[in-house]
Design a protein around this ligand. Sequence first.
Ligand code: ADP
Length: 401
Amino acid sequence: MKILVLNAGSSSHKCCLYTIEDWLPSHPPTPLWEAQLDWHDQEHASLRVKTEREHLDEALSTVSRSGALLHLLKTLWHGPTQVIQSPQAIDVVGHRVVHGGQDYSSSVVVTQEVKAAIASLIPLAPNHNPANLEGIEMMERLLEDIPQVAVFDTAFHSQMPAVATVYPGPYDWLEQGIRRYGFHGISHQYCAQQAAEILGRESKESERLIICHLGNGASLTAVKNGQSINTSMGFTPLEGLMMGTRSGSMDPGILIHLMRQGYSADQLDHLLNQESGLKGVSGVSHDLRVIDDAIAQGNAQAKLARNLYLHRLKSCLGEMLMSLGGVDALVFTAGIGEHSASLRAETCEALAFLGLKLDPVLNENSPVDQDIAMVDSRVRVLVIKTQEDWAIAQACYYRCR
Ligand code: ADP
């Protein structure tokens, strides 16, 4: 089965093609073809395509979003990066859809009704759901009745208990859909499943996991017996942890104060989503690697940003810990979680009171899908490479085989 995965973000579009034969491999295979489109502004983008034998880098100018996506897709069956004869060789297309609202608790085959639901959620995910719909409609035009599967980033959190979903505002907010949804669900669910594999299947029923997805966007999820019971992102992916450019949770009174000073909704949106977090506080970068370099040069603002990031992470870990009533394994994933040994060490140090003991050698040794706690640690510590695209491909396989 040839499965095309489309992962549309607000300023990028990642795609890959997997081949799955008669059974699902236990480890994620390397895609046959991977492509990424990064938008620099409304008309300019760069395209990178990778296959086992070829790499392609191209600058695209004066193109529309759909024109650029079509150009990207054509590299599958045209030119040096060609891996299939024609688009008809694709058996199923899987889409990461950021917002599935209250109704979708698992992946679904796309129908008119599903498309209408994704469209109706555009006000809640204005930067993502339109791009997701665009991808679905483009594949319909290209391949007419090809099966397509929508995999929602909110789905894993859809069964959270009411206390984790309701905001303490007026009750009718709930009827308007103003509630906590949670995001990064594809990654959190994938990591929960991988953690169960690494820890041994027999322990799955009693597992209490805290999954730390620390990338540019960042969120924590408390997982009990394979289910999300609390998560740090809420109505939008702005709530919770301090992130690369997003503030995370703030006193809402600050927004009221700024609005009274004349800030518009768009200006506040920009400030909180693009100019805050590590970038806003450090004044240096959203990237922890650049911040670490600045700290080494003696930059005090960069040091404050990193300390604040860790402080917020610890506070939020405390919340997840209390939701679970303890923790059996702490999971680190995404850019920072997978690659920053120092941040993992500092986080684990804060949990030493639980009997958590990190193995410093394993921690420094670029671990991938590995337990890096000492043998006698009372809490396991796992580093898991998140594989959202592979998780989407697996969902397609189960829905359409
Ligand atoms: P996204 O949320 O965009 O998918 P990623 O999960 O790829 O992001 O994470 C990107 C971030 O990971 C970078 O901005 C950087 O802060 C961080 N990162 C990547 N490698 C390292 C590293 N070796 N040390 C510290 N941080 C790293």
